[in-house]
Write a protein that binds this ligand. Structure first.
Ligand SMILES: O=P(O)(O)OC[C@H]1O[C@@H](O)[C@H](O)[C@@H](O)[C@@H]1O
Length: 240
């Protein structure tokens, strides 16, 4: 055998093992992703509702009612319901008027479009819903062509990002409202207050839907509160 002058050197040996990867599990009804640091997220295909978001310590960040129904027969009470194409009860003189409160996205079965690993060693889970996959009732109540893509990204350290992309895939314009209606879990309601609302106007649904101006720097929650703040929030954050 003749020895070649420019014989390629042997490839550097592959690392013994890859660093730990995010683990994604898909069942008939839900998708669960767990990162190597043990932070995790769980999404029900019904409504693409995030029902659990845990930090690496195992701490749950979302509230899910003990009475929540997860079999697809009702919207989920808790987690992050996706509100589309109308928020609240639809106005009677609007194209959404026949829809149920908060629209149909939270009551529809979404498709899991796939997972991708992010540069920061996190994982992005994509879900889709379009008019062709809606139930007959919803199609009749809101006959527009649309495509929704909802991305839920979990990053090391347990940071969660959610992004909803709305496309009009038809020929005529339509109006919509949307909201990621997040239910945060808090350690104790009696030690929680909301800051950043001083001077802003709100509609109080508990008090005949009248409009008021917030007069407190830190708003404690001492009873039932159901309010919609229509102005921009200023550094709003719950404190305890
Ligand atoms: O009971 P639903 O339809 O899930 O809505 C939950 C809540 O949604 C909020 O946006 C409304 O202000 C509340 O009045 C309502 O209770």
């Amino acid at each position: 055998m003749v020895e070649r002058a420019n014989r390629p050197s042997a490839l550097a040996s592959a690392p013994a093992s890859l660093p730990p990867q995010p683990h994604v599990e898909l069942s008939k009804d839900e998708v669960t992703a767990t990162l190597p640091d043990k932070s995790s997220v769980k999404i029900l295909l019904h409504g693409a509702t995030v029902t659990s978001w845990k930090s690496a310590s195992g701490n749950e960040n979302l509230f899910l009612s003990d009475a929540a129904v997860l079999d697809g027969s009702k919207p989920v009470r808790g987690g992050i319901p996706v509100v589309f194409p109308v928020f609240g009860p639809p106005p009677s003189d609007h194209a959404t008027s026949k829809l149920p409160q908060h629209g149909f996205a939270r009551s529809s079965k979404w498709e899991f479009l796939g997972k991708s690993f992010t540069e920061s060693s996190g994982v992005k889970l994509d879900f889709g819903l379009d008019n062709t996959s809606l139930g007959e009732q919803a199609k009749a109540q809101w006959p527009h062509a649309f495509g929704l893509q909802y991305s839920v990204t979990l990053s090391p350290g347990g940071e969660l990002r959610t992004m909803l992309n709305v496309r009009n895939t038809g020929d005529s314009a339509w109006e919509f409202q949307t909201l990621l209606h997040t239910y945060f879990r808090i350690p104790s309601i009696s030690t929680t207050a909301i800051t950043g609302l001083l001077g802003t106007e709100y509609v109080d649904k508990v008090l005949n839907a009248s409009t008021y101006t917030e007069s407190k720097t830190a708003l404690p929650i001492t009873g039932e509160v159901d309010r919609g703040w229509s102005q921009g929030y200023r550094d709003m954050e719950p404190v305890d």
